[in-house]
Design a protein around this ligand. Sequence first.
Ligand code: MG
Length: 224
Amino acid sequence: MIKAVLFDMDGVLYDSMASHARAWKETMASFGVPSELEDFYLLEGRTGVSTINLLFQRTFGHEATGDELQLIYKEKSRLFEQLEYPESRPMPGAWAVLQKVRDLGLQRTIVTGSGQTSLFEKIEKHYPDVFDKALMVTAFDVQFGKPHPEPYLMGLKKLHLKPEEAIVVENAPLGVESARSAGIFTVAVNTGPLPDQILLTAGANALYPTMQALADDFETLFGM
Ligand code: MG
C-alpha cells in the first residue's frame, strides 16, 4: 500500500541540471581541475564536498583543503545562480505528477542534496501548497548524502513510513542507488543525457523518458 512519494529535486522538479553541470565544469576548470559535463550527471546527488574531493583525487591524487572546498562551492553556487537567473525552470510534466499525487491523497516530500538557502521559497512559488518544509530533507540534514541510503531513510523517518509504503522519483544514477539501498521502489525519469541503462543498472524499478510520461502512466504503474 503506497502512502507517499519522495521526490528528488534537480532534474525531477526543476530543469536545472544543465546549469549545475556547466557551473561545476567552469568552476573546476578555474581551479585547474579538468572535467566533462557528463561527470556531473554521473556524480549528481553527491554533496558538494564529495563532488569536489572526488575530482581533486582524480586530478591531483589528494582531497581539497577546507579553504578550497569553501571557495569552490561558493563560486559554483554563484555561477549556478547566474545561469538560472532570473529563476529556475520547473520541469515540464512535474506539476502534472504532483497534482496526481495530491489528488490520490498521497503524502509527498523532497529529498535533495541541494543546500540552497532559498530552496523552500522557490518550491512554494512554483508548486504552491504541495510540500511541507518540515518534512523535506536537504543538504543541511544529512551527513553522508547520496548514494548512501541516509537521505531517503531520513525522508521515510520524517513521514513515519516503512520503505514499502513509499516510492521515489529520481533522475540520477546515484540517487536511484540511494533510494534502492533504502529499500524503496524507485521510478527513474531520464531527463538528462545519460543512457537509460545506467539508471537501470543503478537499480531503477521503472523508467520513463519524461515527467509527463510518468504522469500519464501513474495510475497504471501503481494500480490505483
Ligand atoms: Mg536529481
